[in-house]
Design a protein around this ligand. Sequence first.
Ligand code: NAD
Length: 429
Amino acid sequence: MVTESIPRVMLETADAEFNPLLSAEARFDEAAARLGLDEGMQKVLRSPAREIIVHIPVSLDDGRLEVFTGYRVQHSIARGPAKGGIRYAPDVSLDEVRALASWMTWKCAVVNIPFGGGKGGVICDPNLLSPGELERITRRYTAELFEFIGPEIDVPAPDMNTNEQTMAWIMDTYSMHARHTQTAVVTGKPVNLGGSRGRSEATGRGCMLVADQALGRFGLERAKTRVVIQGFGNVGGMSARLMARAGYKIIAIVEYDGAVYNAGGLDITALAAHRKETGSVVDFAGGENIDREEAMFLETDVLLPAAKENVITSHNAGRLRCKILCEGANGPTTHFADPILESKGIFVIPDILANAGGVTVSYFEWVQDRQGYFWNEQLVNERLGEIMVESFRDVTAYAEKHGVHNRTAAYMLALDRVAFAIKLRGIYA
Ligand code: NAD
């Protein structure tokens, strides 16, 4: 509804800035134009290969029957099976799942792993559902998708409001239908059910590995590098822990209910213990409380947004005072903010590179499941390091060669790799 006080044009602009599908398309368009991709190939890359909608009947605990709607979008299978998470949330939409599926295609291509992109979701509110109801939703959703997923077809993983337990239910349901245990159908499983060592810290570790690479460009070393992290969950918390252990100075942690600051560097282990005890990072004895909005604009060497999308926008990008922006979250920067970051000379490590450590170790999990041979954590971390460093070099070399910033370079590299695979394979029939 358009209110009288806000002109329609402004609402439309705001929508264009914050809509994930429009944002994905804007970046795609820029990269495709710079690559000079022909119109036909652009059409192929723009369209999801397959979109599946399921309506899942589920018995609720109180005896009522409810029907939930679920999606699975396979954006591309040109370079390998589709790969991507499944999210449970009340506002899941087909448009959102489409955008996230295409992001996965580009992310897998940037780190050069043999997967395409997919994403799934079920419209439901996990806060209002019991574990038994969530299990029945998960099992029926899996059963409905049985022909469309599998180690060679499409390999789901956890995303918002889904976790190791959800993946264990999917693996079990799929295996019951296949009449044999098939662990490689999903990744992000518990380690004793075919999961990979190092998976839970992989995204945070990947963020640190690419930040390490960026330091050299500014003549920085870890011990003199200040870091502000937004989000103290899986990605932000793990990045903070690993970076602090490696010598970085984590000067601020920003959470949804407040922020904590220490110019000399926070003791992350003690902060994690404080949060566990009190439920918040606020009032930590080893730092001072600061305004959570202002914390994002502290002078720092690295800013690592690792909470949610659309936090760096055309309205606030001008105020950032970081040298390096390492995007741990998916889509933390709107496409309207990109030119502002560029004009300020901020070195951006785009999300499809910075947070690709998670999908890279998911790839390792899939490989280990198929081999039936499990690696130790050191081997997982070494191989993750090789891929992250090589991908960082690929993206920055591409940026220099084509005279574009890192985000456009990452998209160009990804589109180029996927288009190349499609051309080599040819269009069937
Ligand atoms: P999470 O739920 O574990 O952690 C998110 C944290 O951010 C929570 O502690 C939450 O309280 C905090 N938060 C929420 N809103 C905030 C706000 N407005 N300001 C400050 N803090 C806020 O989630 P996660 O798995 O760490 O994922 C974070 C981001 O990283 C998401 O964008 C996700 O899509 C992306 N991502 C995650 C992975 C992974 O392996 N977990 C991989 C790739 C990308």
